[in-house]
Design a protein around this ligand. Structure first.
Ligand code: SF4
Ligand code: SF4
Length: 395
C-alpha cells in the first residue's frame, strides 16, 4: 500500500488561493449553501489531510463523495486549479484508507469484473434487455432509470465503414462500454455523420472501456490497466483522429492518454473542423441543449455543438437558464448519491421545462439517462436526444 495521500500533489493543492470565485458555480454548493460542499472547502479538507493537520475522518469523507467531479469549478477558477486531477487523485487516496462499505465495494467490483470486460458486459446487456421485456427492471431505482433497450451497437465485422463520397479522412471510433448497450442509436447516428463528412471509420479491434468511470470512482490502477490495453490497440493502427461521442470518455482520453498525442476529438469538435454536407431536410423543432460537464468544462467545448445544431434549417433554438450546470448524473453518482443527485436534477428540470422545447439534446449517455428519467417522472413529453441523433434528422 502507498503512503497516505501520496497521489495528491502538494503543488496542485497549492494553486488554490481561496478566493471563493468558484463557489456559485458549484452545483453542490448551490443547493446546500455549505462551504464544506464547495470546491474551496474540499480542497482545504484534502490539503489538511495531506499535511496531517486534520486527522482523516470517515464522517468528512462524505464531502469528497458528494463532489460530482463536474469540473465547473476548474473552468471558472482564475488561478488555474487542476481540480479534475485533484479530485481523481484525492479519491484514489481516500479509497486506500476509508472503511470499506458494501455499496462502494460493489461499484468497484462491478467496474472491474463487468465494465472492463466487453464480453461479460455484452451478456449483461442482453440479460437486462430480457429483464425489461419481462418487466423485471422496474423494482430497483437503477432499473427504472434505464432507457428501453434495443439490440446493442456492434462494430461491423470488417472493422471499418467507408466514407460516403470522397474519402478525406480516416478516423478511429470509440465504441466504449455502456453506450452501445444503452444508446446504440447515438453511435449509429455518429458513425453515419462521420461517413457523410468524408471519413472512413475504423473500429480498433479489442478496444475496451476507456477507464473514465474507474478514474472518476477512485480506481486509478484499474484505469491504468485499461489504458495499457487500449494503447496497444491504438498503436497498431493509423488514424487522423480518435472520435468520441461521450463527453466523459473524451475528457478522460484527452487527460489520461498522452500517447494519443492530441488526436482525441469529440464528435462535434471534429465535425466543426471538417464540416458536414448541406442538410437535406428541415427540422421543425424547438430545441435546447444541456452542456455535458465533461464537454463544456473539462474539454471547453460549448460552441461547436450549438453551431452544428443551429445551422439546421427550421430549428427553433432556445437556451435554458444555466445550461452548463450539472444535471446530477455524473457517472455512478446518481446511484451512489441518489439524494443529492435528485436535488440537483430537480433544479435542472425546472430550467428545462421552462423552455417548452420539443427536444433537449445532450452529448453524454449519463446526462441522457438522468434527464430522460426526470422528465418521465414529471410526465413531460420533451424528448432527450444525443446531438448526433438530432443532427441526423436533417439528413
Ligand atoms: S478553486 Fe480557484 S476559484 Fe475556487 S477558491 Fe480556489 S483559487 Fe478560488
Ligand atoms: S467538481 Fe463540480 S461538484 Fe465538485 S467541487 Fe467542483 S463544481 Fe463542485
Amino acid at each position: 500500500m502507498t503512503a497516505p495521500f501520496a497521489r495528491l500533489s502538494d503543488d496542485d493543492l497549492a494553486t488554490c488561493v481561496h478566493c471563493g470565485l468558484c463557489l456559485d458555480a458549484c452545483p453542490t454548493f448551490r443547493v446546500t449553501g455549505l462551504e464544506t460542499e464547495s470546491p474551496r472547502g474540499r480542497i482545504y479538507l484534502m490539503t489538511q489531510w495531506k499535511r496531517g493537520t486534520i486527522a482523516f475522518d470517515e464522517e468528512q469523507v462524505k464531502h469528497i463523495d458528494l463532489c460530482l467531479g463536474c469540473r465547473t469549478c476548474e473552468a471558472v477558477c482564475p488561478s488555474g486549479v487542476p481540480y479534475g486531477r485533484i479530485i481523481e487523485t484525492g479519491r484514489a487516496d481516500v479509497e486506500d484508507i476509508r472503511r470499506p462499505s458494501f455499496k462502494r465495494a460493489m461499484s468497484r467490483a462491478s467496474l472491474r469484473q463487468l465494465v472492463g470486460h466487453p464480453r461479460r458486459l455484452k451478456a449483461a446487456g442482453a440479460a437486462m434487455r430480457l429483464a425489461q421485456k419481462l418487466r423485471l427492471t422496474s423494482v430497483a431505482r437503477s432499473g427504472r432509470m434505464l432507457p428501453p433497450l434495443s439490440p446493442q451497437y456492434g462494430a461491423p465485422a470488417a472493422g471499418i465503414v467507408p466514407a460516403i463520397g470522397e474519402r478525406k479522412h480516416r478516423v478511429a471510433f470509440l465504441v466504449g462500454c455502456v453506450m452501445p448497450i444503452l444508446y446504440p442509436q447515438s453511435h449509429e447516428a455518429a458513425v453515419k455523420l462521420l461517413q457523410l463528412a468524408g471519413c472512413e471509420v475504423w473500429f480498433p479491434p479489442g478496444e475496451r472501456c476507456c477507464g473514465a468511470l474507474f478514474a472518476h470512482n477512485g480506481d486509478l490502477e484499474g484505469a491504468e490497466r485499461l489504458r495499457e490495453a487500449n494503447m496497444r490497440t491504438y498503436d497498431a493502427g493509423t488514424f487522423d483522429a480518435l472520435i468520441v461521442d461521450s463527453a466523459g470518455c473524451g475528457a478522460h482520453l484527452k487527460d489520461f492518454y498522452p500517447g494519443l498525442n492530441g488526436r482525441v476529438k469529440d464528435l462535434t469538435e471534429w465535425l466543426g473542423e471538417v464540416g458536414l454536407p448541406a442538410p437535406k431536410r428541415e427540422v421543425q423543432m424547438r430545441v435546447t441543449y444541456q452542456d455535458a460537464c465533461h464537454l463544456a468544462h473539462a474539454q471547453r467545448i460549448k460552441k461547436q455543438p450549438r453551431d452544428l445544431m443551429r445551422a439546421l434549417p427550421g430549428v427553433d433554438w432556445i437556451e435554458m437558464r444555466h445550461p452548463d450546470i450539472c444535471c446530477g448524473a455524473a457517472g455512478l453518482y446518481s446511484t451512489l448519491e441518489p439524494a443529492m443527485s435528485n436535488r440537483i436534477l430537480q433544479e435542472k428540470l425546472e430550467d428545462l421545462t421552462a423552455t417548452r422545447a420539443d427536444v433537449v439534446t445532450v452529448a453524454n449517455p449519463g446526462c441522457q439517462m438522468q434527464l430522460a428519467a426526470g422528465l418521465r417522472q414529471r410526465g413531460s413529453t420533451m424528448k432527450v436526444e444525443h446531438v448526433s441523433e438530432f443532427l441526423m434528422r436533417a439528413f
